[in-house]
Ligand binder design. Structure first.
Ligand code: NAD
Ligand code: 89V
Length: 338
């Protein structure tokens, strides 16, 4: 299977390592408008370099493209790939608006191809162990959950746009945590949210607290902060606390999974540090390889990925709803047209 990567920035390096570890897949071309980033990536991984995505798609015989640019470029690039008849994997946040997101899903559907969003937190092995246990009924029917990400880690040095974009934590990080809540408890009926900006040096919100009522009847609290000073610093761990009608499950700091029913089970679900990975990012880096493997498996089987473009419309709608709720203090009915 031949792929091409568009956007050779900070996070794309993980994606290139991930592709290199997947059997039967080769990234034959990469594209970035920035010559330094393009050249660094080709020097590291090989592949033919391009400055222009349209020129690359015209010149190369490809099966899929991996779009690793920031969000503003997603719609033109997904449209381009759809017109070229290619499968697409596209980074989160998928789109800046629901209109753009729906248009991209429709464009790839019309081409008869598969579109997956690189929504990788639910694929982190520790989070996946918890999702697997809940889906297998280990604690019965969940009625309450807390999905929590609180940190003081400096994300701005690697991703400077996070300090200057008008939207920060919900769009960048909350999107993952909301998606994990959906993976655990199902689709959302209502949502309300509050936001704060604690760090005066950034433009957007760095604290968000969201209350979700799920269609299953479960309630979850999704809380995110980049203004939390605590030890141990848990970046980039998502912590979980779930009550079911026959037991409780917790994913605690240090990747400790605890399932308490009549008996108690404690599991170390720490992710491996892949040969190319580094702490503390190894958790996210492993999930990159896992989600990309899932994409390839779905292409081979001709089925929609779990985190397909279609599925991601629901996660993106929660992001939009959270900003609306925080702005006007409303509770949003997710069953109404968004
Ligand atoms: P970045 O700014 O470091 O890299 C983006 C690159 O894309 C830049 O080099 C830029 O020149 C290039 N680019 C932009 N538009 C282009 C175009 N039309 N054609 C060719 N090249 C183009 O950004 P980043 O930090 O790597 O983030 C990229 C995306 O990855 C973002 O959407 C971000 O939210 C996401 N991200 C995801 C995770 C995750 O765990 N899933 C983690 C970090 C970042
Ligand atoms: O996963 C992400 O999307 C990253 C970070 C963990 C820093 O929020 O942007």
């Amino acid at each position: 299977m031949k792929g091409a990567l568009i956007g050779c920035g900070f996070f794309a390096q993980n994606q290139m390592h991930g592709w290199a570890g997947i059997e039967g897949v080769r990234i034959v071309a990469v594209c970035d408008r920035d010559p330094a980033r393009r050249e660094q990536t080709t020097a590291r991984f090989g592949a033919r370099p391009y400055a222009d995505a349209a020129a690359m798609l015209a010149a190369e015989a490809l099966d899929f493209v991996d779009i690793a640019t920031t969000v503003a470029a997603h719609r033109p690039l997904v449209d381009l790939a759809a017109r070229a008849g290619l499968h697409v994997i596209c980074q989160k946040p998928f789109a800046e608006t629901m209109t753009d997101a729906r248009a991209m899903v429709a464009a790839v559907d019309a081409a008869g191809k598969i579109l997956m969003v690189h929504e990788n937190f639910r694929w982190q092995s520790a989070v996946r162990a918890a999702i697997g246990a809940v889906r297998a009924g280990a604690i019965g029917t969940p009625f309450f959950g807390r999905v929590s990400f609180r940190s003081g880690y400096d994300v701005f040095s690697g991703q400077p746009y996070l300090a200057t974009d008008p939207r920060f934590i919900i769009q960048d990080l909350g999107i993952h945590i909301l998606d994990v809540a959906r993976a655990l408890f199902g689709d959302v009926a209502t949502l309300s949210a509050t936001t704060r900006r604690m760090n005066p040096a950034i433009r957007g919100e760095d604290v968000a607290t969201m209350l979700l009522e799920h269609e299953s009847g479960a309630t979850s609290v999704v809380d995110c902060s980049y203004a939390t000073r605590r030890m141990p610093e848990t970046f980039p761990e998502t912590l979980l606390e779930i009550d079911g009608d026959t037991g409780t499950l917790r994913l605690d700091a240090g990747y400790r999974l605890l399932i308490q029913t009549k008996a108690e089970e404690v599991r170390d679900v720490a992710p491996p540090v892949l040969p190319w990975a580094e702490r503390p990012w190894h958790n996210i880096q492993e999930s990159v390889q896992i989600i990309q493997q899932h994409f390839v498996d779905c292409l081979r089987a001709g089925v929609q990925p779990e985190t397909s473009g279609h599925d991601n419309l629901k996660t993106l709608a929660l992001v939009e709803a959270a900003y609306r709720s925080a702005a006007d203090r409303s509770r949003i009915d997710m069953r109404a047209p968004q």
